[in-house]
Design a protein around this ligand. Structure first.
Ligand SMILES: [Zn+2]
Length: 230
């Protein structure tokens, strides 16, 4: 589960100020079943049942949340970015976009968001690509994914082209692409519904050397909702 920020403080040490979780109403007809703060650079993973909604909240703005999901009944049926873009006829993920799996299974659906154009072409940061691009060895989303996937007995072959909630990757008319300043404001959120039972994992991106996280990684909140009465 998440590396949640410790609520206790050690004697003689000052507790870090806890980000204020913005009050965003629950999806209509749903009740909250969990709410976890994921530290800057931390990770989270869980099984979500069909019909549940996971909400990611960018508490301080401009924070990329790298995401993957898998069909819980057959994890080979994992998120497939190309299938998702083909079916949406769009490069970006917005409200209404269905996240398709390797076997073209509708795995999840974006049901609400107040931030436009979530990315699925920029991929995740890794030790190797940070070394190549920035000549730095760093903590990375790839290692966070491997940490979370290990809990579900998955590993390197299961890290595929991912979603980057809140990350901005504009495409120029000439095909130029680059990670750019995110329009994500403090309190930006995205709600994603499980269309079948899924395993979902995130890396709260630790990137400091490009604008994915505004050069300053910050915490995010992860909330899970079930339909009321269940
Ligand atoms: Zn990253």
């Amino acid at each position: 589960m998440a590396k949640a920020t410790a609520a206790k403080k050690a004697p003689g040490t000052a507790a870090l100020p806890r980000p204020v979780v913005p009050k965003i109403v629950a999806p209509r007809g749903y009740r909250q079943v969990s709410s976890i703060l994921v530290d800057a650079g931390g990770s989270w993973g869980a099984k979500l049942l069909k019909g549940q909604v996971v909400r990611f909240i960018d508490l301080e703005g401009q924070q990329a949340v790298d995401f993957l999901c898998y069909n819980a009944s057959d994890t080979r049926d994992r998120y497939n970015a190309a299938n998702t873009m083909k079916m949406a006829e769009n490069l970006y993920l917005n409200t209404g976009t269905v996240l398709y799996g390797e076997y073209a299974t509708p795995l999840m659906k974006v049901v609400a968001s107040n931030c436009p154009n979530h990315d699925t072409i920029g991929g995740c940061c890794s030790v190797e690509i940070n070394q190549l691009r920035y000549n730095r060895r760093t903590h990375s989303c790839r290692s966070n994914f491997l940490h979370e996937l290990g809990k579900f007995r998955m590993g390197e072959p299961d890290v595929v082209a991912n979603v980057n909630w809140f990350m901005s990757v504009p495409i120029g008319a000439d095909g130029h692409m680059a990670i750019s300043d995110s329009p994500s404001k403090p309190g930006a959120f995205v709600d994603v519904e499980a269309l079948t039972d899924v395993l979902a994992v995130i890396s709260n991106c630790p990137q400091k050397y490009n604008p994915a996280c505004g050069y300053n990684p910050t915490p995010v909140q992860v909330e899970v909702y079930s339909k009321s009465g269940r």
